[in-house]
Design a protein around this ligand. Sequence first.
Ligand SMILES: Nc1ncnc2c1ncn2[C@@H]1O[C@H](COP(=O)(O)OP(=O)(O)OP(=O)(O)O)[C@@H](O)[C@H]1O
Ligand SMILES: [Mg+2]
Length: 245
Amino acid sequence: MSIKNEVTEKSTNININPKKSTGNDLFDNIIGYEDIKKLFFLSFESQKPIHVLLVGPPASAKTLFMLGCMKLDRSYFTLGTHSTKSGMVNYLFEKRPRYLVIDEIEHMPIKDQTVLLSLMETGIIAETKHMKTRNTQLKTWVFATSNATNHMLTPLLSRFMVLHFKQYNFENFQDISIHMLGQEGIGRDIAAEVASQVWHKMKSKDIRDCIKIAHLARSKPDVNWIVETIQKYSKASSFTAKSNN
Ligand SMILES: Nc1ncnc2c1ncn2[C@@H]1O[C@H](COP(=O)(O)OP(=O)(O)OP(=O)(O)O)[C@@H](O)[C@H]1O
Ligand SMILES: [Mg+2]
């Protein structure tokens, strides 16, 4: 089962990935970002937890990094949208993860984000339930992603090493598309054409658009036709058609 499937199938709260890795292959499917990969490896090896937050535009490989971290032993994954404070605290108490991986942390409710403040600073977590209090201390690294930081608590942000991913330029965008689509057996010619049309004609910087189009196209003329059709039915063109009437 692929990692992606596993995340989707068990999308509520924190999951354990049985396919653990301790090697250097964690981020092999990510093109570029060699310095970020190195920073992650330094963080894995540090004596004290160094928490890393990746912030960046859509399709900039943030989740790919989180999927890589999930391959580490004793790692636990949660989606900011699905996490609940009690669910997360329970997991922390019971599983004592070494790595807590949180994708889309900006969607985590503020009251849940506060749990992380103490975990990240001192490793201490506490819970009061049915008049009983329990607390413990963990050594847990937190790795997270976010599209933006404006919904995040300032003290939480300050506990992270925050790395802002920039939008790809055309050269990166085309290289990544060729490489990624090549792995799926799609020829270099078609992949390059798709990337060029998505970037220049559709004015999109989202690699997911390349994937969608490349999966439909059998030839370069197909690419042309698909892009034209998408443009014909795009929101912008329907607005122009209305205002021309
Ligand atoms: N540097 C890269 N190396 C390999 N694939 C990449 C890279 N950048 C983007 N991709 C491709 O783009 C797709 C989206 O990547 P990913 O899910 O990691 O984006 P994201 O930054 O988490 O975006 P979002 O903010 O929308 O969640 C992936 O399926 C991957 O195929
Ligand atoms: Mg993502």
